[in-house]
Design a protein around this ligand. Structure first.
Ligand SMILES: [Zn+2]
Length: 158
């Protein structure tokens, strides 16, 4: 499978539903988020599964870090169901814009630099409030660069 630099991130209806439910129900005095699992084919990352924060996630008003055990369990389940692998993460910026912070960038760099994880690119999807709604933006991190990419959310049915 050829992997090219990512231009598009597509969240399936299944993944979108997890994210929109968490956005609707979470306490937004702190950030929330989770991991993203799916496939990177050509220039597109298709996200089939999105995680919730999990009980041990680090959640502050300006920082989010996934609950590793919770993320690992979801990753095992996703891989067993359709071969999805860890492609990145999503989180909220309740009080700022949907742009990776310096701390976010450092987290993504660490993932990219870990050869055991085997990331080609780390995908970040960040949501921030704008005019009373959540606005999402997708970013592809690779070789010390973070670039905005197109985000497509499938509408969940029902
Ligand atoms: Zn952030």
């Amino acid at each position: 499978m050829t992997q090219q630099p990512v231009t598009t991130v597509h969240l399936t209806a299944q993944a979108s539903r997890i994210v929109t439910t968490e956005l609707r129900t979470a306490d937004h005095s702190t950030e929330t988020g989770g991991i993203l699992l799916g496939h990177h084919t050509h220039d597109t990352v298709t996200v089939h599964h999105a995680g919730t924060p999990g009980p041990a996630a680090v959640r502050t008003p300006t920082y989010f870090l996934r609950d590793l055990a919770h993320a690992q369990a979801l990753a095992d389940e996703a891989f067993a169901s359709d071969g999805s692998v860890w492609v990145g993460e999503w989180h909220t910026h309740p009080t700022s814009r949907p742009i990776p912070s310096a701390r976010d960038a450092a987290t993504y760099r660490k993932l990219l630099n870990d050869p055991e994880l085997g990331f080609h690119s780390v995908i970040a999807v960040i949501f921030a409030p704008r005019a009373g709604r959540w606005e999402g933006a997708a970013w592809a991190c690779r070789l010390g660069r973070i670039e905005p990419v197109q985000l497509q959310l499938s509408r969940s049915v029902g």
